[in-house]
Design a protein around this ligand. Sequence first.
Ligand SMILES: [Zn+2]
Length: 220
Amino acid sequence: MDGLKKSVGAALIVGVHHEELPFGRAAVLALGETGSIPDLKVIEIAQGLARPQSFRNRKFFYNTYHNELYLQIHRQLKKKYGLVMDLHVGHIEEGLAAEIYTRNRRLLSAIDRVNSDSSRLDLYFIAGRNEYTENTEELNICHTIIPECVWRSDSYVYAGIEIFVESRDGFSGFRKDEIDFAVEIIRLVWKGFNSIQRQTEKNRQPVIGAGKTGSKTEPG
Ligand SMILES: [Zn+2]
């Protein structure tokens, strides 16, 4: 169900929003230097979305293109990767913060387990528009305009990552600590994914001595 059987590698999408591409590139570069995610496939969106305009017809085109872009990503990535991370960057008054949003509860709890500093990170479970899911202490709920086939994919685990950096004009001129923080969060998602994958593998191991033949064959 988690789509973890065949596809095990990870993909990282950068530049869905065009102005965020420089940040994504810087994070990918720094990530490459740490070499901590083996076989990471980076998907750079060359023609990402421009900031939505307030005019109604422009907004319509924006939403249509947004949808189309994610559907293309979905077609390109399905059945190839176990984990699809989608990196974004936003502004915050001061400091650094991050949000991770996914439909996979196991991934959320795994990230929560491996995360050492939860003060700067919020985890969200993606719920459908008309789906009733209770916002509990353990589970923050969010909605997204990303097409459902992406975040609810049964071929990969989708994880959106939003890094919030201190407000400035545009999305360039990043500080090293901001890039390092993004790398840390991406690695955290990967670590969480890896741990649920190991768990899945473990559950699939046949129990020695069990079943029909097991009664005749003593283990060891
Ligand atoms: Zn974005």
